[in-house]
Design a protein around this ligand. Structure first.
Ligand code: BG6
Length: 476
């Protein structure tokens, strides 16, 4: 395929601290909300960490980062997305001084990336708020969180601004709508949380995000700071205008987050949304000023599109993770996530039409069950042609969007090395180019093996996309 990717395109992979580091209580690290979510977001939290929580060991990146980054370099990564575990830097979150050992760990990780010419892309907060902040302050419900977060981001910006250029303030900030504990650290049970409390928490987080952008730019104006949203286009289930409006409404519930980050104020439609739900936000003059510090780029995750209907009697099947309805034209993964490569082109176009800001795809990938086998040379590998098809088809659509005129900074596949899943905390749901020998019963040597997709991605990067094929194996 003739490549449309610009020469400076940032190819790479993405991870999050809580899903791969392990070492959950080493070198002064405090507990995070993840340490009490042994079965992921769909099952209630525990009181304290339990041994069945796969994230406590993760894939032991904490001790094996050199080996892993070397493998990323072998694939030719230009960028590696990772997050800083807030609770390594401020174990409880409300201390006045940071934990030096935590800071030293990320210095070492960033140095290792830089050694290979890999740009770190750092998420400041990826579903891993210090548990103490959640229990004591009820997470983002509390305005004091802005101060704690500011202290944390100031510390890491000051420490790493010469090593890290690209930053994301919060992972999938809009996911707080569905996962107030995992995403927003809100300890109040979901069914007791009012819309008023939820949107006030969202407001605090949006102010904190803008404040991080402000502080980061003051510390080093060369840093590029972006927001990160879960992008999920909503299609009307039918051409019935009622369905179209319902789809618009659901889309806007997500777009509100990027609108505030990019425009520096709440969008016009928010007024009605808040009025009809009886929400009256406490927004200070200072908040309004802070919100004007807008992001340099918009990053997003993309896994699926959903449909929406206004018909309460509709018998169409519901999606299993977010509110929405399944699309009869699409196939789905083993976990029921519908696969829609063209949806990625659609998202890139609609976001660019809306904002005219650079876009960065920082998550996309296929969670699947892999089989470790021996190749003809006797080396362990995984014949993951299904993953290659999935990624190929999505990248072809990225290339189409670039041809459409969209400014795309880069693409980092989710879980470039197998790691623990966020929604179900399983290891058998694998995304990586690198297989990690670890299983949900806690067994495994933690050895790493290159999958077939490892060599495929290496070639995609080497040819800057020219090796992609115009096949549409997963596109219905
Ligand atoms: C995104 C999250 O929602 O999806 C990641 O930012 C997560 O943390 C990814 O891992 C894939 O989801 P899952 O549940 O398959 O791990």
């Amino acid at each position: 395929m003739q490549s449309k990717f610009p020469s400076e395109f940032l190819w790479g992979g993405a991870t999050a601290a809580n899903q791969l580091e392990g070492a959950y209580n080493e070198d002064g690290k405090g507990l995070s909300v993840q340490d009490v979510l042994p079965k992921g977001m769909l099952v209630p939290r525990t009181e304290a960490p339990t041994p069945d929580n796969m994230k406590l060991v993760g894939i032991d990146f904490y001790h094996r980062y050199k080996e892993d980054i070397k493998l990323f370099a072998e694939m030719g990564f230009k960028v590696f997305r990772l997050s800083i575990a807030w609770s390594r830097i401020y174990p409880n979150g409300d201390e006045l001084t940071p934990n030096e050992k935590g800071l030293a760990f990320y210095d070492a990780v960033f140095d290792e990336c830089i050694k290979y010419g890999i740009e770190p892309l750092v998420t400041l907060s990826h579903y891993e708020m210090p548990l103490h902040l959640s229990k004591t302050y009820d997470g983002w419900k509390n305005r004091k969180m802005i101060t704690f977060y500011e202290r944390y981001v100031r510390t890491v910006f000051e420490r790493y601004h010469t090593k890290v250029k690209y930053w994301l303030t919060f992972n999938e900030i809009n996911s707080i709508l569905h996962e107030p504990f995992m995403s927003g650290g809100i300890y109040t049970p979901k069914d007791q949380l009012t819309r008023q409390e939820l949107y006030q928490a969202i407001h605090h987080e949006l102010v904190a995000s803008a404040l991080a952008t402000k502080v980061g730019h003051e510390i080093n104006p060369d840093m590029k700071i972006g927001c990160m949203v879960l992008a999920m286009p909503v299609y009307p289930l039918s051409p019935d205008p009622e369905d179209v409006l319902k789809a618009l409404e659901l889309d806007r519930s997500n777009l509100l987050f990027s609108d505030v980050h990019v425009r520096g104020e709440y969008p016009a439609y928010a007024k009605r949304l808040f009025r009809e739900q009886g929400i009256v936000l406490d927004i200070t003059d200072e908040d309004r000023k802070i919100l004007t510090h807008t992001v340099d780029f918009i990053s997003f995750s993309y896994y699926m599109s959903i449909c929406q209907t206004a018909n309460p009697q509709s018998t169409a099947s519901k999606t299993n993770i977010f509110p929405g309805i399944k699309n009869p034209h699409l196939k789905e993964s083993e976990w029921g996530w519908q696969i829609d490569p063209k949806g990625l082109r659609y998202v890139l176009n609609t976001l660019y039409d809306r904002y005219q800001k650079p876009l960065f795809i920082v998550e996309n990938g296929l969670g699947a069950i892999d089989q470790l086998v021996k190749d003809e040379k006797g080396n362990f590998t995984v014949e993951d042609d299904y993953r290659i098809s999935y990624l190929n088809d999505h990248l072809v659509q990225v290339s189409e969007a670039i041809e459409d005129g969209v400014e795309v900074m880069g693409y980092t596949t989710w879980g470039c090395i197998d790691l623990v899943s966020a929604s179900t905390a399983e290891l058998k749901k694998r995304y990586g180019f690198i297989y990690v020998d670890r299983h949900d019963d806690g067994t495994g040597s933690l050895e790493r093996y290159r999958k077939k997709s490892f060599y495929w991605y290496q070639e995609v990067i080497r040819t800057n996309g020219n090796s992609l094929k115009l096949m549409e194996a997963y596109n219905g």
